[in-house]
Write a protein that binds this ligand. Structure first.
Ligand code: PLP
Length: 460
């Protein structure tokens, strides 16, 4: 029954939770559980902190969903949206029209991205961007009269989005298992996950061996069938999997040698997360195409895109004719204006430089100490991405039998104690706003440490 509050149009938390359970289907959520547990209703945010409808304050160590890189409450971004909405809230870039913010954003992206990536195709999300890339890659090879080159090699446990094509492109088995591996010609090799899959091998030898699976797969399928390889510089949603130093140079060598396109999914790593503009800059990767989203607008408005290198753009532009693809919101002027302002602030406040010189090394030292906790098998970080592996036995690094239960428990304890961390199975991950200070990193790590103590106590 609706409460009296709802009849008057003023909802309390219980009213919101009841309506949410009845009417709102959340992404990546067991729908039924919402009815029994109720959700946390987030009502406001400032800097790196969130508040819920009961007034609880939480340190958001996930920057929303790896995206609120400038932190919450940036008036300039709100102002950019307001100003653009008054002048021109929407117009499209189909059929030989465009808008000023879309042009300026494409120009700015060409300036800040790796050298050959001089063209941008805008979308509304990371998933749409990866769908766009699939179509571009296939079109590219078709135009080069090699239409049989359709296979894209990806990695197990990779997340590239949730549309039908992006699910097939990604390597998350539990997504495929829901009858979603609908599109053919995506194959997957292993991820460079030394802690979980290294099997005691030396780290760099493992990195090299996993990279060489790409070569074996190309030879197995036939070079004439393989169009591209896609990967995140650091696999994010898969559990912040930081590759050994040997990994990316070998991947680059193989792509160059066989002439297959290299796609960097920079949806998480892009725009400063690793202390460089792009993860590709950090690792010295030379991608032919790049997927961007999230940090492009710091999540203030939904926007994504594909940055297209000269190799592919040259063919699509000179030989392609009309590329029959696009979205109503491709190059949306308001989202583009906000993204542009976001990039301007990143540059003006030298945020990426501060991450590289100050906060990333500080996090590495502070976060690394969590590795001494009895529940932690490994604590790793790169830039402002971090992970800790929860284990049953620290010395032997044996995992818990009921996979994911320790992670879910730890995540819930964190939430209840004012810290938002995410659990990927039994791997706890963080991706705080890039504006986090060293004092706030101390607070984050101290909270994480206390929550690990509580998790250990709850397990024993
Ligand atoms: N690619 C990567 C690497 C991601 O992490 C995500 C989302 O988390 C996506 C693509 C999909 O982006 P979106 O949720 O904006 O569709």
């Amino acid at each position: 029954m609706p409460s009296a509050n709802r009849d008057q149009g003023t909802y309390d938390t219980a009213d919101y939770q009841a309506a949410d359970g009845r009417h709102h289907l959340h992404p990546f959520t067991d729908f039924k559980s919402l009815r029994s547990r109720g959700t946390r209703v987030i009502t406001r945010a400032q800097g790196i902190y969130l508040w819920d409808s009961e007034g609880h304050k939480m340190l958001d160590a996930m920057a929303g969903l790896w995206c609120v890189n400038l932190g919450y409450g940036r008036e300039e971004l709100a102002q950019a949206a307001y100003t653009q909405m008054q002048a021109l809230p929407y117009y499209n870039s189909f059929f030989q029209t465009t808008t000023q913010p879309a042009i300026k954003l494409a120009e700015k992206l060409a300036e800040v991205s790796p050298e050959s990536l001089n063209h941008a195709f805008f979308t509304g999300s990371g998933s749409e961007s990866n769908d766009t890339i699939i179509r571009m890659v296939r079109r590219y090879w078709q135009l080069l009269e090699q239409p049989q080159k359709t296979v894209i090699i990806s990695r197990n446990n990779a997340y590239h989005g949730s549309t039908v094509a992006a699910t097939s492109l990604g390597g998350m088995r539990y997504m495929h298992d829901q009858n979603s591996l609908a599109i053919e010609d995506f194959v997957h090799i292993d991820q460079p996950y030394w802690f979980g899959e290294g099997g005691g091998r030396p780290v760099e030898a493992f990195g090299l061996a996993v990279a060489q699976q790409l070569e074996s797969k190309i030879l197995e399928l036939g070079v004439n069938r393989v169009a591209a390889f896609i990967a995140e510089p650091v696999q994010g949603a898969g559990g912040v999997i930081i590759p050994p130093a040997s990994y990316w140079p070998e991947i680059q060598r193989i792509c160059d040698h066989y002439g297959i396109l290299l796609i960097a999914d920079e949806v998480i790593c892009g725009f400063g997360r690793l202390g460089a503009w792009f993860g590709s800059d950090h690792f010295g990767i030379r991608p032919d195409l790049m997927t961007i989203a999230k940090g492009l607008s710091s999540g203030y408005l939904p926007i994504g895109g594909v940055l297209v290198g000269d190799r592919v753009a040259g063919v699509l532009i000179d030989q392609g004719g009309e590329f029959a693809h696009g979205f109503t919101y491709s190059g949306h002027p308001t989202t583009a204006a906000v993204a542009l302002k976001n990039l301007e602030i990143l540059q003006r406040e030298q945020i990426i430089e501060t991450v590289a010189a100050q906060t990333a090394p500080y996090l590495e030292a502070a976060w690394g100490k969590l590795g001494e906790h009895p529940l932690v098998g490994e604590a790793r970080s790169l830039g402002l991405l971090g992970a800790i592996e929860l284990v049953k036995d620290k010395q032997s690094r044996i995992r818990f039998d009921d996979k994911g239960s320790a992670g879910a428990l730890c995540r819930d304890i964190c939430f209840d104690n004012g810290l938002v961390m995410r659990a990927v199975g039994d791997t706890m991950v963080i991706s705080p706003p890039l504006v986090i200070t060293t004092a706030e990193i101390d607070e984050l790590v101290e909270k994480a440490s206390r929550c690990l103590d509580k998790t250990l106590a709850a397990i024993n």
